[in-house]
Ligand binder design. Structure first.
Ligand code: ADP
Ligand code: MG
Length: 290
């Protein structure tokens, strides 16, 4: 009878917006006791808007945004999309960039009219011992805003703060997991303060922040070694190795192709709450089969 049950559950899962790519791992979902979520694009919509610009005295806010937009125009990161959109809304001309390259998990850089310009993370700025207004930075981060730094020839030109939108369904998902005795964890490349703010909004149990893309999979391995049977939920290229390392890899449908191709299950509706739908469905399917 198993094949029939499997066929029926496949059609049920399709109706519920689950694309099951790996049957065996999906069935194993009934044994999970921890679920890891990426932050940007998974717990949040990954739709950033610029909220604050803090420029150094020799630059105007507009110039800082313009420099950032020129550099970001070729990046696919949600931060880049937010900066470019905001510059366009303000009628800022987005000129030419040369030698554009990304600094994985830390930002990007390029040349504008012969000058090196970077848009980078707090981690990058701290490790290069650049001075900035920590009071302002902390205030923005504690409001849950992601702050990036604009550097010209390795000197600070300004900070840009961006706000993302937390998915309503992320909170429901975490509460439903808790009700089932399942531990929830956040794994993000973003700053600790922002990560903690989003975690508090959503009710996440444990947070790993400032994790570089290459370390996300290593962190999953460590969580497994602690004895957790863990699912990883993510949307980005940088999440793919972690999706492959987890007991169950879950991709957000609105995410990147790489994430979807690596995952065992795709949440077609991009609804984090469907993590719970899938765990419940795996339990039901298994009960029918035995
Ligand atoms: P996440 O795990 O939240 O999806 P990423 O690993 O993609 O985050 O990025 C980590 C951090 O690196 C970002 O929070 C940001 O500070 C910085 N960063 C990455 N890409 C860019 C970019 N294109 N522009 C500016 N900052 C970036
Ligand atoms: Mg992401």
């Amino acid at each position: 009878a198993a094949p029939l049950v499997v066929a029926v559950s496949t059609s049920i899962s399709a109706k519920q917006g689950l694309l099951i790519r790996n049957r065996a791992d999906f069935e194993g979902a009934r044994n999970l006791n921890a679920v890891v979520f990426d932050k940007t694009g998974t717990l949040t919509k990954g739709e950033f808007g610029v909220t604050d610009i803090i420029s150094e005295s020799s630059y105007s806010d507009k110039e800082v945004l313009q420099l950032a937009a020129i550099i970001e125009q070729n990046s696919e990161h949600p931060i880049a999309t937010g900066i470019v959109k905001s510059a366009k809304e303000k009628g800022i001309t987005i000129g030419k960039v040369n030698d554009f390259e990304s600094i994985t998990g830390k930002g990007i850089q390029g040349q504008i009219e012969g000058q090196k310009v970077n848009v980078v993370s707090p981690g990058y700025v701290n490790s290069n011992q650049l001075t900035y207004n920590h009071l302002q930075f902390n205030k923005l981060s504690e409001e849950g805003k992601t702050v990036v730094f604009v550097l010209v020839e390795d000197r600070l030109a300004g900070m840009i703060a961006l706000a993302d939108i937390v998915r309503d369904t992320a909170k429901e998902a975490v509460a439903a997991l808790k009700a089932r005795g399942i531990h929830s964890i956040m794994l993000t490349g973003d700053n600790k303060k922002v990560a903690n703010w989003v975690a508090a909004q959503v009710g996440i149990d444990e947070v790993y922040a400032e994790v570089l893309p290459e370390d996300k999979a290593k962190q999953i391995k460590k969580i497994k070694e602690k004895g957790w049977r863990v699912a990883m939920t993510g949307d980005g290229v940088n999440d793919a190795p972690a999706l492959a390392t987890a007991d169950l890899g879950i991709a957000i449908g609105a995410g990147t192709d790489v994430a979807m191709e690596t995952a065992d299950v795709v949440l077609v509706k991009s609804n984090p709450n469907d993590v719970v739908t899938l765990i419940d469905l795996s339990k039901k399917t298994y009960r029918k089969m035995v």
